[in-house]
Design a protein around this ligand. Structure first.
Ligand SMILES: N[C@@H](CCC(=O)N[C@@H](CS)C(=O)NCC(=O)O)C(=O)O
Length: 254
């Protein structure tokens, strides 16, 4: 079967990984083009003109000329076009809206806090990017926006996972992917470790999610794991100079 759309992605982007896992899990045929955020490839004028005027990933281009940024919009596109099965895009409005409710919460909490740690530890130290006022970089420099990851974990533990196996239901939904990929950005790179005693439900949920989506989950995280393993530092939130230098050297070599 020929592909009907192309995905621009970076494996170091949690939102890209969440879409890739969903697509691979659904055995969707599509084209992939890698965009190296660490090299600032998304910041060029050409990228803005030809790929995504928001200068971000993920973005898709379909055969009908549609260019679509924003992960939640892409998810809706995949569902409405029937590219992913009904199992992943409920026709039941209540179910669908409950997923969206989580995704909206996630954007300003878990994704922001884990993204802030990642940017602070890593991307900001790349010369090409740190000189710009682009996207999230601006937020990270504002300490009031560097929200504590523990607020997000507490919400996951005590609200979202309070009485269900997964975030929205007792079965995994797309919400699992966005949230777990956001967490893996810091857990997989060993910039942060989840305390199993403090967050037993979150720890269990993360493992269940990986198990459910494997092998696609681990394949999409292979580079995250690789760099996390090479940086064998203390798994804690404190971002040491050693961590930053180590990760920067690794990325420069690759
Ligand atoms: N709201 C957008 C956010 C997209 C986004 O921030 N993508 C990140 C990677 S996960 C990115 O491209 N960052 C590059 C930058 O901000 O310079 C979405 O949901 O897709």
């Amino acid at each position: 079967m020929s592909s009907s759309f192309k995905l621009f992605y970076d494996y170091f982007s949690p939102l890209s990984r969440s879409i890739i896992i969903l697509l691979e899990h659904n055995k969707v045929v599509y084209e992939k083009t890698s965009v190296a955020l660490r090299k600032g490839e998304h910041l060029s004028k050409e990228y803005g003109q030809n790929v995504n005027r928001h200068h971000k990933v993920p973005v898709i281009h379909d055969n009908d000329g549609l260019r679509l940024a924003e992960t939640v919009a892409i998810y809706h596109y995949l569902g409405r076009k029937g590219i992913i099965s009904e199992r992943w895009y409920p026709t039941d409005v209540k179910k669908l809206m409950k997923i969206d409710e989580f995704l909206q919460w996630n954007h300003n909490s878990l994704l922001l806090t884990t993204g802030s740690i990642f940017y602070e530890a890593w991307l900001k130290h790349f010369k090409d990017i740190s000189g710009t006022e682009h996207g999230m970089m601006k937020n990270v420099r504002d300490p009031t926006n560097f929200v504590d990851i523990h607020n997000s974990l507490n919400m996951l533990e005590n609200v979202w996972l309070e009485n269900k196996k997964f975030l929205v239901d007792d079965e995994p939904t797309y919400a699992e992917l966005i949230a777990s990929c956001a967490l893996m950005q810091v857990v997989g790179l060993r910039l942060f470790a989840i305390d199993n005693e403090k967050y037993p439900k979150v720890s269990r949920w993360l493992q269940d999610t990986k198990d459910y989506f494997n092998p696609e989950f681990d394949t999409a995280h292979q580079y995250i794991y690789k760099y996390g393993e090479r940086f064998n530092g203390p798994p804690k939130i404190g971002l040491t100079i050693r961590a930053v230098l180590f990760l920067r050297n690794l990325m420069n070599k690759s």
